[in-house]
Design a binder for this molecule. Sequence first.
Ligand code: TXA
Ligand code: MG
Length: 345
Amino acid sequence: MNTLIISDLTQLPKAAHLLQEGGLVATPTETVYGLAADAFNEDAVAQIFKAKGRPSDNPLIVHIASLEALDTLAQEIPAKAKTLMDAFWPGPLTLIFEATNKVPAVVRGGLSTVAVRFPSHPIMQSLITLAGVPVAAPSANLSGKPSPTNAQRVIDDLSGKVDAIIDGGDCAVGLESTVVDVTGPIPTILRPGGITHDMLTSVVGEVHVDPALLSRDESIKPKSPGMKYTHYSPNADVIIVKGSFESVIAEINDQVSRCKADHIKVGVLATEETKHLVNCEHILSVGTLSDLSTVATNLFEALRKFDDYGMDRVYSLAFPENGIGEAIMNRLEKSAGYNIIHKSS
Ligand code: TXA
Ligand code: MG
């Protein structure tokens, strides 16, 4: 298939037309790039799973550009969901509702619920409005790879497999949306993301976290099917080092010199605070510890760059798990397959 690359936004109507005809269009959002199809077109949605190599039991998020569109997707809008929508939509928050029978089973991964998000990115909003239908859109990566935060990474993964890719520059948030189940009495975080736990509790009171997110015990099944799969993994083995600042730096330097002695190609994922303290030829700084949103923005791109450099192994410091740090560590630990070195001092 010939993939149309769209960087001139006057061509957005063409992209919307492709969606109306059952095509697949990759588009920027404020979180990561998404791979969109008409959510009501079962054949088109099935093509998303094929293009990404995505397991069919992993449901998709349906994206809307007006609140009215929610009525066709959700059976009811609970009061706490309304509060969250007022506070965070449009934006990086996905809510899980009981689905109407208009939502095809292929979108829901066979569940009775549907995930809905109202994105804030102007290109995504225009695309949905022009197409005139809600769009189902997972992240626009091959299944298992880090989500793409710029158009080039979508081209790397999906060129020749989708009808069009819209180049809208870099994504601001850099990590996928927070997924919150609002079908029960207390909202529950199924995937941490750009809207943090504290932000949620500040508007809606008590918010639970899916126990599967807090435990490494693989017998606890996550409520969000996507969270059980290996994810965000570059080709390199990622190893996280946890401990005091000094002990982490010392351990990373020690590991890097051992790798060099063993002819293992090694890289270090660092920050502005640590990059001068590490002895390694391949260091990528992802941002600053004093503003973790910079780390969120750059994390996935850094993991992909290490693959460009042909690294066998990448060491990373652990990030503080407050605010968006919770989502950063959720993604980083998954990309590392929970391969973590703990330094006690
Ligand atoms: O920021 C985002 O959310 C991006 C952009 C493109 O909007 N999309 C995204 O989609 O990350 P995806 O498909 O890569 O991740 C969707 C997550 C998966 O973990 C999936 O299992 C979960 O949402 N999900 C979807 N529908 C669900 C449902 N009905 N119940 C529970 N989890 C659901
Ligand atoms: Mg994804």
